[in-house]
Design a protein. Structure first.
Length: 596
């Protein structure tokens, strides 16, 4: 396996070629395993790439601690806040990063380029925004409520989503950020009698824990100190507030305001970066990371310039003026970036084999075979080609994995190959199971990579390599234009519709918005708390008309769990009905009637 320790290298970049996707996870796991100075920091081009890499690392290196730091899911200088789930994941990741120490088990932190370019709350600030609840110990309920209010938690009737809490007498329900399940705290007076975990949808108890550690729901706080710091910094940055400024008014009153995170620096004495959270950590970079960084910095500059240009329009319209901070207040500049990575050893990954004399290292991986030529050949040639290729790889001493994207795809692919003469294919649950098979066997596994690779010791062949597409990918259904026009024309403003993912909303008509400099038609929907959703007209298949106009309709919360809970209950009822119908059909089949 590839052997490289960045700990022993001088600061500066070194190219590492021969790392196609899939093999790159093995190389990064090997590099992280050789580190003694702490975790390896890998910077990915986007969120989908970071998620895929983490999943592949989970397959090839199960003992490796992997932390993902996502970026905000909103645009720079936006009027909306990042999604609360994203913020919760970021807080959990920052806390985990702060706890990673040199000499601990091998670990890797994966950050997108957008996340790496954005400044972060200081580690010390996060450490002070924590609250622990321990079974058998005293709990100050007033102190808990004060902590929850300060740190962005929402009080509700039922805690179903991250960041919500409910208090009903001696029972406190809490859904901590980053947790998989909420917890229920039973109090006896002011003593914590027990802490139970429960399912957010069914509200049924699923386990018990001895301790719950709470952290902030966001990257800024609305306590007295932070509010006063914001007010002073805002006036210092933009001058005295003499006009209608809803942001300044809301924060001054201790209320949260949509999009307030884009003024994050004003709530803190100072901000840090991911490099401050991981001092001395060596760095590895995705291919095309320079291009992704340049595009992100250009986007930040463009949106900042656009906000400044719109100020005159807002002033003439007597609308609240958006006052953007300078880009370097919230994001790293190009010079800062170069300085930060220039102080550390850096491995720049490339899927291509390095050129002779380039000074780059070769990790030995190459792209796998695409069977497109065999797919286009006469009937039967495809599986013959796969069988011959697998035999060739085996003769060269390589282990062979057949990768499906899902469990069902893996099983179907393995069945197809066995039907066509590749009898040695056996399904395996993971890398350890695959390694336990006899040398002549081929392991079929679940591995989310699009195309396979060949390394000196291992070859991976994917379902896309063999079939040209994924077994589980379904073609998207599109309604015809005339059908769309007919359906929308039958709706009136105020009618209720159902979105397949977000539930019941109110139809407010068609609206034309500018996207990428071009006009585009959207269906405008209103949800609870006046949240707006714009659905592109080409995605009309996700909407359907609400079944009845004669009942009082409660709008769903955009992004909430209530709609998902209702869908889950209906699915279960449908499954129960199907089971009952199957039982009736089976009973009829087995029943012996009188022969006449």
């Amino acid at each position: 396996m590839f052997d490289l320790s960045l700990d022993t290298r001088e600061p500066g970049a070194i190219g590492v070629g021969g790392v196609p996707e899939g093999h790159d996870a093995r190389v990064l796991a090997a590099i992280a395993g050789n580190q003694t100075s702490g975790p390896l920091l890998h910077i990915a081009v986007d969120d989908s790439r970071a998620a895929r890499l983490a999943e592949i690392l989970g397959f090839f290196a199960q003992d490796l601690t992997t932390v993902i730091l996502p970026a905000w899911d909103c645009l720079p200088y936006d009027r909306v806040s990042p999604n609360q789930e994203i913020v919760s994941r970021r807080i959990a990741s920052l806390e985990q990063m702060a706890s990673l120490a040199a000499g601990s088990k091998p670990s890797i932190v994966i950050a997108t380029i957008n996340a790496a370019l954005q400044r972060l709350p200081a580690k010390d600030g996060l450490a002070t925004s924590q609250f622990s609840i321990v079974g058998g110990e005293r709990l100050d309920l007033d102190a808990l409520q004060g902590f929850l209010a300060k740190n962005g938690y929402s009080r509700t009737q039922t805690a179903r989503e991250g960041g919500e809490y409910a208090i009903r007498g001696d029972i406190v329900d809490l859904f901590p950020p980053g947790a998989e399940e909420p917890c229920r705290i039973d109090l006896f007076g002011d003593e914590v009698e027990r802490i139970r975990l429960f399912d957010a949808l069914s509200q049924r108890t699923s386990g018990a824990v001895e301790r719950i550690d709470l952290s902030a729901m966001g990257e800024l706080f609305l306590d007295e100190v932070s509010i006063e710091r914001f007010r002073a910094s805002y006036r210092r940055q933009f001058g005295a507030v003499t006009d209608d400024d809803p942001l300044y008014e809301a924060v001054s009153a201790g209320r949260r305001y949509a999009g307030m995170e884009h003024w994050l620096p004003l709530f803190h004495d100072s901000l840090e970066t991911i490099f401050d959270y991981l001092p001395g950590a060596p760095i590895s970079l995705d291919p095309q990371i320079d291009q992704a960084r340049a595009e992100r910095l250009a986007q930040i500059a463009d949106f900042h310039e656009a906000r400044l240009t719109l100020q005159e329009v807002e002033r003439k319209a007597k609308a609240p003026i958006y006052k953007p901070l300078p880009p370097d207040a919230l994001y790293l500049t190009e010079d800062e970036w170069q300085q930060r990575i220039g102080d550390r050893p850096v491995a720049a990954l490339s899927p291509f084999a390095p050129s002779p004399g380039s000074g780059s290292l070769d990790a030995g991986g190459r792209g796998g075979r695409d069977f497109a030529d065999a797919r286009n050949a006469p009937e039967g040639s495809l599986y013959d080609a796969v069988r011959v290729h697998v035999a060739s790889l085996k003769r060269d001493g390589r282990s062979v994995l057949i990768a499906g994207y899902t469990l069902g795809a893996r099983d179907r692919l393995a069945g197809l190959l066995r039907e066509h003469g590749l009898w040695e294919v056996e399904t395996a649950e993971g890398l350890s199971d695959a390694g336990a098979l006899e040398a002549k066997r081929v392991a079929a596994v679940v591995l989310p990579i699009e195309h396979g690779f060949v390394a000196p010791d291992l070859a991976v062949i994917t379902e896309t390599d063999i079939l040209g597409d994924r077994l589980t990918r379904q073609p998207k259904r599109r309604r015809k234009a005339e059908q769309f026009i007919a359906e929308v024309s039958a709706l009136a403003s105020g009618d209720h519709v159902v979105h397949v993912e977000h539930g019941v909303g109110r139809y407010e008509g068609l609206e034309t918005l500018s996207v990428g400099g071009a006009a585009h038609d959207f269906v405008k929907l209103i949800y609870a708390e006046n949240a707006k959703l714009f659905v592109p007209v080409e995605n009309i298949e996700v909407l359907s008309r609400y079944g009845s106009d004669d009942v009082v309709v409660t709008l769903d919360r955009l992004g909430g769990a209530a709609w998902q809970a209702r869908k889950s209950r209906v699915k279960k009822q449908l499954k129960d009905m199907a089971d009952a119908l199957m039982a009736i059909a089976a009973a009829r089949e087995l029943d012996q009637g009188e022969v006449i």
